[in-house]
Write a protein that binds this ligand. Structure first.
Ligand SMILES: Cc1cc2nc3c(=O)[nH]c(=O)nc-3n(C[C@H](O)[C@H](O)[C@H](O)COP(=O)(O)OP(=O)(O)OC[C@H]3O[C@@H](n4cnc5c(N)ncnc54)[C@H](O)[C@@H]3O)c2cc1C
Length: 392
């Protein structure tokens, strides 16, 4: 079972007896797609801060967009287990194209509640077109007044005849600038007053959007969306009134697992690049990797990645056995994002000034590494979740 040495992107992931040839075939399929449809354009897209909408259709036609969704709603059908999701995230991040994935993958968070509880009309007009790559959906929880503290959620849906009237604002929403529909968490002003989910037409009256200026590569499609007396039909309410937190909690667990795959994929990519560089570059009469401090640093990074994977494999085993392992998933997510930040920083350091001269993949990984500590819950919020789960 020992992986081939020296560690490259593939062998930085420790062997796992539960990964089958079917998983391997899926990995090859995703990798071939990334190499063909993303790799040749990545530097241009990075400079432009965006990618063409046509990529959604290409991803759907390659059978990747429908992963985890049933065939009768336009998905890929059987398969789509946890390792397939993780593999998809790893491979989509192998080249440091995290933002492409962030936009392409928002439907894995936004769509399941609509598939489960949306009306016939929404299955036809939203779910199927999204899985065909012809319609885009974003997921909006965070508000300008605060993201972590969901009890302060201020976006309000009021009853309006048979339907609803929505007021409020959401910010830092991935892919919202190109979205056709937005799944919005809002408080209802009925006796229930709980948080509910609403599917909102992004082009409808009362809905306006503006991009969020921020960390360079994130500019293009991340944005703020405002609802000013946006009138929604009755079937915009997804699931039970007041049932939004429950639906969100389920989605966040899945988001954490994909996020872990993404973070560890980026970490492997960074360390593999640093190792390749230090085997070539010479200083003080020997290769960089022949300096003990350098090789110790690389071994330390590889060891952190392999430890995180052991924890990931344990979590997958528990989940597949029916235990949601909420606390462990939260701890794993904290660890994977810390491993990524450590690897990205150290890899950049090992490249020295070269990291600033034509090492765009590593530069992107370093830039994107921070978001993994925020998205899906910050470490502070997740540690509180763990303490609650363990009834401290
Ligand atoms: C690139 C990017 C993409 C995103 N995409 C989406 C998206 O698609 N949809 C969406 O809904 N949101 C999205 N977000 C928002 C993200 O989920 C939030 O940034 C995150 O939840 C944190 O919320 P906040 O930014 O309001 O920080 P705050 O809640 O204001 O927290 C600020 C800091 O204080 C800390 N903190 C908060 N409370 C406590 C406490 N009780 N004790 C100790 N420390 C605390 C936090 O950990 C954090 O470090 C995105 C963010 C980014 C940067």
């Amino acid at each position: 079972m020992e992986a081939s040495l020296p560690p490259d992107f593939d062998s930085l992931r420790p062997p796992c007896a539960r990964l089958t040839t079917a998983h391997e075939a899926w990995r090859e399929r995703v990798r071939a797609f990334v190499d063909r449809h993303i790799a040749p354009h990545l530097d241009d897209w990075n400079r432009a801060g965006t990618f063409p909408d046509a990529l959604y259709g290409e991803t759907a036609r390659a059978g990747l967009l429908g992963l985890g969704f049933a065939e009768d709603v336009g998905g890929s059908g059987p398969g789509g287990g946890l390792y397939d999701r993780i593999t998809m995230a790893e491979e989509m991040h192998r080249l440091g194209s995290g933002v492409v994935y962030a936009d392409l993958a928002t439907h894995w968070i936004a769509l399941p509640p609509v598939v489960r509880a949306g009306s016939e009309r929404l299955q036809r007009e939203v779910v199927r077109p999204v899985l065909a790559g012809e319609h885009r959906v974003a997921f909006a929880v965070t508000e300008p007044e605060g993201g972590s503290d969901l009890s302060r959620l201020r976006t309000v849906a009021s009853r309006e005849g048979e339907g609803w009237r929505l007021n409020g604002a959401k910010t830092l929403i991935s892919g919202v600038m190109r979205a056709d529909s937005i799944l919005v968490a809002a408080r209802t002003d009925t006796a229930e007053r709980g948080v509910s989910l609403f599917l909102v037409d992004a082009h409808g009256p009362g809905v306006s959007r503006e991009p969020v200026e921020g960390l360079a590569w994130y500019n293009a499609s991340i944005g703020t969306v405002r609802f000013e007396d946006a009138v929604l039909p009755a079937d915009a309410l997804i699931g039970d009134e007041g049932g939004g937190f429950r639906a969100l909690a389920e989605q966040f667990n899945i988001e954490r697992l994909s996020g872990v795959g993404a973070a560890l994929g980026l970490a492997r990519s960074a360390v593999a690049q640093a190792l390749a560089f230090t085997r070539e570059r010479e200083t003080f009469g020997q290769r960089l990797v022949d300096h003990q401090v350098v090789r110790h640093r690389l071994v330390e990074l590889a060891g952190r990645i392999r430890s995180a994977y052991s924890y990931l494999d344990a979590c997958v085993e528990w989940l597949e056995a029916g235990d949601t392992a909420v606390a462990d998933l939260a701890l794993l997510k904290i660890e994977a994002s810390a491993v990524l930040e450590h690897c990205a920083r150290e890899a950049l350091h090992l490249l020295g000034g070269s990291a600033y001269q034509g090492a765009p993949r590593l530069e992107r990984i370093f830039r994107e590494s921070r978001i993994f500590a925020l998205g899906g819950g910050t470490p502070e919020v997740l540690r509180d979740l763990v303490a609650r789960q363990w009834k401290f």
